[in-house]
Design a protein around this ligand. Structure first.
Ligand code: COA
Length: 373
């Protein structure tokens, strides 16, 4: 019996949240293409769409906004744990540790499947606290005191203010909103599938979300953003990119941020991110990094084509350059991924609980036959 390794192409469950057409290079949330959503909708509208299935009405938008504004402050236990972690703790480790302490009463216990509203509220209360957590971690790591959230500000404006200690420019907030829309949801990716599996045991939502963070950290998944950015920094100049790519491929090393299991033509998120990254980097005088990334992408595409492979930049490739231009330290890039993907993860958990069944696949045993000691 031959099995597809890595479950490639194996349908594991149904979902109505997002749809990927790898051959056409398309991604849709609830039927809307991400290009359409990024051009016409706010971050909150898209989060609401992903979670609830429809774009909000003015009333439901106000309700959604309130749900993400009021519960931003960290519970004392979470703030205390954050302040006690060794300073060198990786932010993703810290996030995984503290996440189960971010939930309120409605999400603390095992989910009551009949009370979807309480689960949804619990999820939004956690999603509201992730930016506060990430900003607090960044300030503690820099030896500074965390700042309290300001619920009167939009979520990403408040995040950048808490992180940097000054109000961001509206253009920076708009770029962060767009980037976060692009990475909010993506089918049965490794962290979402992890989350669905853990949530299928009916554990509390916050513990399933904490497991998602662990999966997201890996360099083959979310961690590729930090790796791709550091790669561009170490190459240092677009002119050096072709030789570097050739060396990397000759050594059979992977280039982080290139390639995708699903997208065989192009990753539509990378197409949108590339010009955004270049524009923001130029504004901040950091264009050399993005130009180096573009040179790596273009040269690698040629080399891969010679080998008959269609491997292009994925969403991780240019994202780090956007985050760096926003003043986010590289080790925090993947925590911002979690801040956006939490809405996708949560939507999948609620979807699973709507038609609940424990995930428990079969294994094909290939070990020793029956024997005695
Ligand atoms: N650099 C160099 N070669 C790559 C590559 C990359 N980034 N991505 C894929 N390849 C090559 C592999 O070496 C392999 O070659 P081979 O058939 O000659 O052995 C072939 O393409 C298939 O790669 P594989 O890793 O088996 O395919 P996959 O479907 O599992 O790949 C990824 C998906 C994302 C794991 C893979 O492209 C990768 O590791 N990319 C880098 C990490 C990354 O950017 N992750 C973020 C994803 S959003």
């Amino acid at each position: 019996m031959t099995l597809p390794k890595g479950l490639a192409g194996v349908p594991a469950d149904t979902t109505s949240i997002s749809d990927i057409d790898g051959e056409r290079g398309e991604l849709r949330y609830r039927g809307y293409s991400i290009a359409d959503l990024v051009s016409h909708c706010s971050f909150l509208d898209v989060a609401c769409l992903v979670l609830d299935g429809e774009l909000p009405t003015p009333d439901s938008r106000r309700e959604f906004e309130r749900s993400l504004a009021q519960p931003r402050a960290l519970p004392p236990a979470a703030a205390d744990v954050l302040s006690r972690l060794p300073r060198e703790t990786h932010p993703m480790t810290a996030l995984q540790v503290v996440l189960p302490l971010l939930d309120d009463a409605s999400a603390k216990s095992a989910p009551r499947l009949e009370n979807r509203a309480a689960q949804r509220e619990g999820l939004l209360a956690i999603a509201a606290k992730l930016p506060t957590t990430v900003a607090a971690l960044a300030r503690l790591r820099a030896g500074r005191t965390p700042l309290a959230p300001d619920p009167s500000l939009p979520i990403h404006a408040d995040f950048l203010r808490m992180l940097r200690g000054e109000a961001p420019h509206p253009a920076e907030v708009a770029t962060l909103d767009a980037t976060q829309i692009l990475q909010m949801e993506h089918g049965f990716n490794a962290s979402t599938f992890t989350g669905r599996t853990v949530a299928s045991t009916l554990c509390p939502l916050s513990m399933a979300l904490s497991a998602c963070v662990g999966a997201l950290y890996g360099p083959l998944h979310g961690g590729a953003d930090e790796a791709a950015y550091r790669m561009a920094l170490s190459i240092g100049d677009p002119a050096k990119a072709p030789a570097w790519v050739d060396e990397q491929l000759a050594a059979k090393e992977k280039i982080m941020g290139l390639g995708h299991r699903e997208y065989k033509v192009v990753d539509p998120r990378a197409v949108i991110l590339k010009p955004m990254a270049l524009e923001l980097a130029r504004l901040k005088g950091q264009e050399k990094v993005v130009e180096t990334l573009i040179a790596v992408d273009e040269h690698a595409e040629k080399r891969f084509a010679e080998q008959g492979k269609r491997i292009r930049a994925n969403v991780e490739f240019y994202k780090g350059a956007v985050f760096a231009a926003l003043g986010i330290p590289p080790e925090f890039f993947t925590t911002l991924f979690a801040m956006a993907r939490v809405f996708g993860w949560g939507a999948h958990m609620l979807e699973l609980w709507d038609d609940h069944k424990l995930y428990r696949p079969a294994a094909v045993y290939t070990g020793a036959g029956p024997r005695t000691v």
